[in-house]
Design a protein around this ligand. Structure first.
Ligand code: BG6
Length: 477
């Protein structure tokens, strides 16, 4: 069993429990936390859904999701899950339903005979965030339990807003009812093992720490490629696209971790967020001219989302520089796409080699798959000839740390939210800084879609010679 600090009694209230994200990530994570005995014995789960769905139906879905991920699902764990779970039918626009929810939470605490922390997980469409949060406030769901001895927390999924303005509005409304301490904005990439390792690596390996600047690093590439297309999220994705879905959050957060100034203590959450925010603030707003932006859509996307006029990008790549003494002129390329050849997320640091530009050292953080870190070295090839070759020194988590198996990112997200630790969540300032960087690109895309390229499914992405198919007026078949 994994060892972590004792967690407090908690009621998870899951909005959007039948949605894609809850099913793929959250419910399997809760299953694993139960399986590993990590949750407090007084833990309750309240599933909130517009649909009338029973505990048995929900558990069937949990079983399917776990089977898909693990190939095996333990009946005794499902039984414990069942014991903790209640489902309630809930319509976010109905006032009475918030009272029913509050009553349900009070009943659970009465049954357990204690105050429990309340953790609301919101995986709901962005347009209903605002009314739901307002109603939380007016119905006192933002407070701790009836005796006020426990806390209420909000765990929210991205997107945090649709653009800079809507993000400001959302943050303002949320802050009327919840303090920043109560809000946990999930960026599950921050909870991946290799990503958590970035600051540890930078802090504890002086041979690299001393080289971490523009004198020694000539380029940084951050890439998140996916093999899957939009799967069951067509409607959501078509409104969002790759820039909002991945760049605004995961990729800019990774960039910040790699390039920010190291705080005195990397374990001090406030200092860490300050450093990250300062870094994001030092990236000038990007536009089509200064960031070499490419956007593209995969072949067949429009049919898949049943929108023949869609100009939503499923691929985006851009190059930026950071306005700071440490990083002057170092090109940083960020790239993400769906339906590509391989699922692969990496951060590649290329070290400068002024004498022989062809022989550079590269440091790669492999976020997934096969989490680890490798360094490319130049060596002499054995033999009489003076030939050199590039070889890899490779650290893989799987090879080195076989026990205990590391937790999935969502397990870590849940555990940290229960503990009230904000280190791996995004602050409102970071969210706004990221929108600020990208807003001019969004504005340019509003004006024209002439630059949209297409790419083949299973390829490496677009090449500039593949212009997009023109949008058509035909209806989907
Ligand atoms: C999510 C995006 O945040 O990250 C999805 O909304 C994407 O579109 C997913 O598929 C990728 O996460 P992972 O952990 O599977 O790489």
């Amino acid at each position: 069993m994994r060892v972590i600090d004792k967690l407090e009694p908690t009621i998870f209230v899951i909005f959007g429990i039948t949605g894609d994200l809850a099913q793929r990530k959250l419910l399997p994570a809760i299953y694993h936390l139960i399986k590993d005995g990590l949750l407090h014995e007084h833990t309750a789960i309240v599933g909130v859904s517009r649909r009338d769905i029973t505990v048995a139906e929900l558990l069937n879905q949990v079983e399917l999701c776990v089977l898909e991920a693990d190939n095996v699902c333990d009946e005794t764990v499902l039984e414990k899950f069942r014991y903790k779970l209640r489902m309630i039918r809930f319509d976010p626009v109905k006032d009475d339903d918030y009272d029913t929810l509050l009553q349900t939470l009070n009943d659970i605490e009465d049954k357990h005979d204690m105050c429990m922390n309340r953790l609301y997980y919101l995986s709901i469409p962005p347009q209903v965030y605002e009314p739901v949060i307002r109603n939380f406030g007016t119905h006192h769901l933002n407070e701790g339990c009836q005796h006020k001895k426990a806390v209420s927390r909000l765990l929210v999924e991205k997107p945090f807003g649709y653009d800079l303005e809507s993000a400001k509005d959302l943050i303002e409304i949320t802050s009327r009812y919840f303090s920043e301490d109560q809000i946990f904005r999930i960026d599950h990439y921050l909870a991946k093992e290799t990503v958590q390792n970035i600051l540890v690596f930078r802090n504890h390996n002086p041979i690299f720490t001393s080289l971490w600047d523009h004198h020694h690093i000539s380029a940084i590439d951050i890439s998140l490629s996916e093999q899957l297309g939009v799967e069951g999220r067509a409607e959501f994705y078509d409104n969002v696209g790759a820039l909002r879905d991945i760049v605004q959050n995961h990729l800019l957060q990774l960039l910040a971790l790699v390039t920010m100034e190291l705080p005195k203590s990397i374990h001090n959450s406030a200092a860490l967020h300050q450093a990250k925010q300062a870094l994001l603030a030092s990236i000038p707003p990007l536009n089509m001219a200064n960031a070499n932006v490419t956007r593209a859509q995969y072949v067949g996307y429009r049919e898949e989302v049943k929108n023949p006029r869609s100009t939503t990008e499923t691929f985006v790549s851009l190059t930026l520089t950071i306005d700071s003494e440490r990083w002057q002129s170092v090109p940083i390329t960020i790239r993400t796409g769906k339906a590509l050849k391989a699922k692969r997320s990496t951060i590649v640091i290329t070290f400068a080699s002024p004498a022989e530009p062809d022989t550079t050292n590269k440091l790669t953080f492999r976020i997934q798959p096969n989490e680890g870190i490798d360094v490319e070295l130049i060596v002499k090839r054995p033999g009489f000839e003076d030939k050199i070759e590039i070889v890899q020194m490779d650290f893989s988590y799987r090879g080195v740390f076989s026990e205990p198996e590391h937790p999935d990112a969502y397990e870590r997200v849940l555990v940290d939210a229960i503990k009230g630790d904000h280190s791996l969540f995004a602050t409102s300032e970071e969210v706004l800084a990221a929108w600020h960087i990208l807003q001019p690109i969004l504005d340019a895309w509003e004006r024209t879609d002439d630059d949209l390229l297409i790419y083949e499914l299973g390829s490496d992405g677009p090449s500039a010679s593949m212009p997009a198919a023109p949008v058509t007026d035909s209806q989907p078949t």
